[in-house]
Ligand binder design. Structure first.
Ligand code: PHE
Length: 454
């Protein structure tokens, strides 16, 4: 997208780019460790429910705001509600994207490290212990810092030139390849000795552990995995041709995203139990478990390298969307600034990410409110800023855009009727904001009931 009037070359181009933004570390890296620390199956079930209700409604709301205005994260609000301070929601999204990318790129860097090590034969862990391997990698500030830098440079290089067509074309092959590889790991993982305990952990809910905080994490995860609440989907859908059906695109994206979440749970948890790891390892979880699973596979190193490369691609396509939203407001007026703005934003994101990158090494003793910097940043973005952004969008779209525009945009190109429109509007106007507010109140301890919170 080198300029605002450019449109996706095809419908599949938009779906792939939006799905590329959605599918990334959220489903593959974050979901397993958040589910692992929040009760497994019960968490997963709540996450699916929230995705299918609030997630779908909000995704459609962001699409509609983007396409009906044709503008970026800030201008979209200014165009739909001129002279009001609502564009603040876009600014909040930009701030959240900046912070999100700061730690997202750190994890991207870890993938770079695992990829490079797998092709250079440096993945064998000390004493066969993959936990120690992760610790020794992240304890080395130089390796982590360089990999983090390499990831950001790759992201900026693509975004600065706007080579969307190449990405569209590559996605068509690489995403399905990632799915196929995932299915291979799932098969290996569930056939390991003792895997059933892990399958049960992931699929048999135990609601006794559910607290207000479980809902908050599930809410954050649902928004994170669909790239919601930060106006990324507003920006992307501003390039969609009018005739396309937004509901069909939303359906494909949500379907793909849930499918990969299921695959990643089924790849990780059976192996966690079979190989004697803890589901509550936190952010390092997949970096400890996946190399161990591939180790159990014929041609494991080869497959692992391939997997790491594909995951890196999926992670980059999400990073592009986060970077794009940061630079779009500057480049819209003057596209010639694109290079400069992209490199400056990339540099700032990199600097902001440094404390997160060091959180698992030399800064591991630096605790903020009892947890490392990386985890607090993730908590702030995923559990506070994204739900807050989502809440504001769910108030803005149905009240500030006229009903006829909403109806036309929603039903355009689809054979869904006005029943669907009314349900969606009701979800967005009442259910979504109320649900988010109730979860916030529970976590703040202002409502009595479901279990202890923070
Ligand atoms: N959805 C992306 C993922 O799951 C992360 C993301 C969140 C990207 C918000 C853009 C905006 O990896």
């Amino acid at each position: 997208m080198t300029n605002q009037s450019e449109q996706w070359t095809s419908k599949i181009g938009f779906i792939l780019a939006a799905a590329g933004s959605a599918i990334g570390l959220g489903a593959v890296w974050k979901l397993p460790y958040v589910a692992g620390t929040n009760g497994g199956a019960a968490f997963f079930l709540i996450f699916i429910l929230l995705t299918l209700t609030l997630g779908v409604s909000l995704l459609l709301a962001e699409f509609i705001l983007g396409r009906s205005t044709g503008k970026d994260a800030i201008q979209a609000y200014k165009t739909a509600a001129p002279g009001t301070p609502w564009y603040f929601v876009g600014l909040l999204g930009i701030a959240a994207s900046f912070l999100l990318l700061s730690f997202y790129s750190v994890v991207g860097g870890w993938i770079v490290i695992y990829f490079v090590r797998s092709i250079t034969g440096q993945l064998s862990p000390p004493d066969g212990n993959f936990e120690l391997l992760f610790e020794s990698i992240t304890a080395n500030p130089l390796e982590v810092g360089l990999a983090h830098l390499a990831f950001m440079v790759m992201a900026v290089l693509v975004v600065q030139t706007g080579i969307q067509k190449g990405i569209e074309r590559a996605s068509k092959w690489l995403m399905p390849a990632l799915f196929i590889l995932f299915i291979i790991i799932v098969i290996r993982s569930v056939t390991l000795d003792g895997a059933m305990e892990g399958v049960a952990f992931f699929l048999q809910p135990d609601f006794s552990e559910v607290t207000g905080e479980t809902f908050l994490f599930a809410l954050g995860q649902a928004f994170f995995a669909l790239s919601l609440g930060v106006s990324v989907m507003v920006t992307y859908s501003s390039y969609v041709p009018k005739r396309e059906s937004l509901t069909r695109s939303a359906g494909s994206i949500v379907g793909l995203s849930l499918f990969i979440a299921l695959l990643s749970g089924l790849a990780i948890f059976p192996a966690v139990f079979a190989l004697g790891f803890e589901p509550s390892e936190g952010p390092p979880l997949i970096f400890i478990v996946l190399p161990a699973v591939f180790n159990e596979l014929a041609f494991g190193t080869f497959f692992f390298a391939l997997f790491a490369a594909l995951l890196l691609f999926a992670t980059l396509t999400s990073a592009f969307s986060l970077l794009e939203i940061l630079i779009a407001p500057f480049t819209k007026k003057d596209p010639s600034k694109r290079k400069k703005v992209a490199w400056t934003s990339g540099l700032l994101v990199y600097l902001m990410g440094i404390p997160s990158a060091l959180s698992f090494g030399i800064l591991s003793d630096w605790l903020i409110f009892g947890d490392i910097f990386f985890n607090q940043m993730d908590y702030l973005v995923s559990n506070i800023l994204l739900p807050l952004g989502a809440l504001l969008i769910s108030l803005f779209v149905p009240w500030k855009i006229s009903k006829s525009v909403l109806r036309d945009e929603l039903l355009q190109g689809s054979n869904l009727g006005s029943g669907f429109f009314s349900t969606w509007l009701f979800m967005l106007r009442f259910v979504t904001p109320l649900a988010i507010i109730i979860v916030f109140l529970y976590v703040l301890g202002w409502l009595p009931g479901i279990g202890p919170t923070i």
